[in-house]
Each structure stands twice: as structure tokens, then as C-alpha cells.
Ligand binder design. Sequence first.
Ligand code: FPP
Ligand code: MG
Length: 297
Amino acid sequence: MQIIDELMESFLKELNYEPIMQMFSHTNSGKKLRSKLLLSIAGENELSYKLCAVIELIHLASLLHDDIIDESELRRGAKSVNAKFGAKNALMLGDILYSKAFYELSLMDSKIAAVLSNAVVNLSIGELMDIHLSLDFNADKNTYLRMIYNKTAVLIEASARCGAILAGFDEEAFKEYGKNLGLAFQMIDDILDIRGDEHTLGKPAMHDFKEGKVTLAYIYLYESLNDEEQLKLKKLFKKDLNIDELEWLKLKLTQNQALQKAANEAKKYGNLALEAIKHYENPKLNEIIKAMLDRNF
Ligand code: FPP
Ligand code: MG
């Protein structure tokens, strides 16, 4: 993954403007799920590495913008760029990362460029859906699934598909793998928000509900509550919770099996991903699913 970090840095150095490097150096390197996926499918070579760097730049740009939108102070265990340098700088750094990535992409195979740029359109629509959904309490599972598909799964799906294009494999099978992996990934992310702690996550815990995000475990919880409790849950939505309220919420999420149901759902999508590529016998892709389901950050 170091090669990819170095490539990202060298793409940005070409832009010859020191503040870019200064801000970029304050961002921590992430898990690089999309790159691991692409390299596991397409193999390691110069072109795959370059494409990974492009995808990671797009992903990082989307996180910079997301942290402005969510007013998040912490990302990957460090102060977010918006918290450190202000929203104007974070916005422009995001634009620079994103447009440099697109410039590099324009020099690559046109099919790959089309797949990835279309994914970023849907990614942006997904973020807009997330903003709109956060306005009210949404208890509809299909709406949640549609939003996380766009916000998270499309870029993972496109990374897997691009890997298949580079390797000459069945695009549809790998697209399906990436889509289901992406859905499971976001479900686990949403569970970790409830189960995890700030130190391990590198971002605040129990924060989604406060931010207006009714994630899968909360949807299952809502379905399992009586009328009175449903009202109570809705009253806590987007509120700064005191210790008693937090305890009630965590207890209910566990007692009513809401967290367990969400975890089972993530597992279901993980298995669908494996099913899609079962003819390829690639142990690395099995490991990616296992590590993603078992992760704690
Ligand atoms: C994190 O969600 C956000 C995303 C996965 C996608 C954000 C996409 C955009 C801002 C649009 C695309 C823009 C560009 C420049 C390519 P989250 O808030 O649920 O996760 P978090 O807890 O990690 O913040
Ligand atoms: Mg966010």
C-alpha cells in the first residue's frame, strides 16, 4: 500500500503548490480497501497501482467533502482537514484531489474512465441522499439500502469491475462481488459506530444517530419497539444524549437483537459477494470479505 501512498503524493507534487502538500500530509493513510480489492483481482503492476492511486484520491476527496458536510472534527485518528485548516481549504483540497485524479484517469483506458466517473456521479447522489435522509427519522430499510449502495458501494463496485476489466475477467461477476462487499462494508461501519470506541475507530463513536443517520440497527430497533418506545426513540433522534439516554439506547439495541440482526444482514451480503465469484477461486477475495466482517475499525 506504500507504493500507492507514494504515487498519490507524487501526483500532487506535480501540481507544484506547497499548501496542497502541507494539508495532504495531515491526512492519515486509510485502510485502502478499494486498492486491496483491485490489486487482488488485477494483480500488481504499474497500471493497477496508478489506477489505485486515482481511486484513493477520489475516495479521500469524498471524505474531505463529507467531513465538511458532517462537520466532523476527527478522521482516521487525526484532526480532520476542515477542523485543522477550515472548511474553505478542505473544500478546495477535495476539489484538487478529485480533479487531478480525473486528469490522470482521462489518460487511461476510456472504458475504465467511464466506469469510474459514472461511479462518482452516483457517489455524489448517495451523499445528497444521505443529507436529505438525515432531515427526518427514516425507518424504511429499502431507502437506507439505496442510499448506502450509492454512498459507499458504487465506488467499491467500480473498483472491482475495473480490476476485472484490467484482468480480462467477467465484469458482471466482479461487479456483483464489489456491490455486495460495499453494502456489507457500510453496514459494518454503521454497527461499529454503535459498538466501537473513538480511539479504535479514529472518529467519534455513537455519533450517527446524533448526526441524523438512522442506520440499519436503528431501523431494526424501531421495528421491534412498542408505540411508546418508538416515540421515545424518535425523541432521542439528533439529540445530544445524556448518560441515561445513551444507556437506554445501547441496552435496547442489544436486548432487541437489533445489532445482531444488522450483523447478520452484513454477513448475508458478504456471502452474496463470495457467491458471485465462486468460480474464480481467489483466496485473497475471501480474505477481504472475512477481514471486512471481522474488523473493529
Ligand atoms: C462517508 O459517509 C462518505 C462517503 C462514503 C461518500 C461521500 C461522497 C461525497 C462527499 C460526494 C463525492 C465527492 C467527491 C469530491 C468525489 P459517512 O459520513 O457515513 O461516514 P463517516 O462516518 O466515515 O464520516
Ligand atoms: Mg461523515
